[in-house]
Design a protein around this ligand. Structure first.
Ligand code: PLP
Length: 315
């Protein structure tokens, strides 16, 4: 398999083909009665606004993958995802902007999964290859992958989570001009969390809200992606706010998210950012957030996913 475990070696003079990007992303103060009641201050780091197509944590995770591809002369990016994947959407757009060929291996049948996300990816020139669940499980098997790649191919793992994702995410810390007591973010594969652990200043704490069921593997994954995380205290993953599992949510959660957005003016979706905000407020209501905390919540993006949820009649 392509060796993407090499540490990135940023060099000056290389182009960064992910423009225009709104960086540093805005930091928005959030007010809500429950925050006042707990004497907590909350800001939202609006990474959802970084780029219209390469949103949020996907922009940050892809940045050094693209540098690495350029340095290594890789002209083809190959990755994987579900039919509504924010990562596939972002990778296709990034490849198009940087003149790289992209291939997306998509779990599912083409007729079952034609949708706005995949149409956009196709429009940006991505080759879509549909595979059944059984084959999809072989996505880390070099023998299976050989049929899709050549010497110009850089394999980007699902969700963009590889060690190359770490420095790009870590950079967001220095965009925040004060030191919060607590960072809060959604997590799935753990790449974004690993990057934040790498970047955070020492006394700062991190609460990651797992958006999937059975997330006890995530901590190991974080340590695999960023081994130094094992020795850095101050992060925990809350496993009980998944609301049914990955990409699942109850009507109650979606109602809460809509009411929250109306109250605060902050747009959220129910799979990642909305679920994580809901998780934070449940932690707050349960008394698990110290009074007086200054919190920065990372809006990891993914607003393109709302179109797919509407298409499926789920909102
Ligand atoms: C992919 C994604 C995540 C999950 O990030 P991980 O690094 O896989 O934990 C969170 N939020 C959004 C919007 C995403 O698209």
């Amino acid at each position: 398999m392509t060796d993407y475990s090499l540490p990135p070696q940023p060099q000056s003079g290389l182009s960064l083909p992910l423009q225009p990007a709104l960086l540093p992303s805005p930091l928005q103060a959030v007010s809500h009665p429950l925050l006042n009641a707990h004497d907590v201050q909350l800001w939202c780091k609006r990474d959802d606004l970084i780029h219209p197509a390469i949103s949020g944590n996907k922009w940050r995770k892809l940045k050094y993958h693209l540098r690495y591809a350029e340095e290594q002369g890789k002209r083809h990016l190959l990755s994987f995802g579900g039919a509504y994947s924010n990562h596939i959407h972002a990778l296709a757009a990034a490849g198009c902007q940087s003149g790289l060929r992209t291939t997306g291996i998509i779990r599912g049948e083409p007729e079952a999964v034609s949708n706005a996300t995949l149409s956009a990816a196709k429009g940006w020139g991505m080759d879509l290859i549909f595979v059944d669940r059984q084959s999809y499980r072989r996505r880390q098997d070099p023998a299976w992958l050989a049929q899709f790649k050549d010497e110009e191919t850089l394999i980007v793992p699902e969700g963009g989570s590889s060690p190359l994702a770490i420095p790009g995410v870590a950079e967001l810390v220095d965009e925040v001009p004060f030191s919060p007591d607590l960072w809060v973010l959604p997590c799935a594969s753990g790449g974004t969390l690993a990057g934040l652990i790498a970047g955070k200043r020492d006394p700062e704490q991190i609460l990651a809200i797992a958006v999937l069921k059975g997330g006890s593997f995530i901590a190991d994954e974080v340590r695999r992606l960023h081994p130094a995380a094992a020795d850095r205290p101050g992060w925990r993953i809350a496993l009980d706010h998944h609301d049914g599992g990955y990409a699942k949510f109850t009507p109650a959660l979606w109602q809460w998210v809509q009411a929250f957005s109306a109250e605060t003016g902050l747009p959220l979706e129910p799979i990642y950012s909305g679920k994580a905000m809901w998780g934070l407020f449940r932690e707050l209501a349960a008394g698990r957030i110290p009074r007086g905390s200054k919190i920065v919540f990372i809006h990891t993006g993914g607003m393109q996913g709302l179109a797919g949820l509407r298409e499926q009649g789920r909102l």
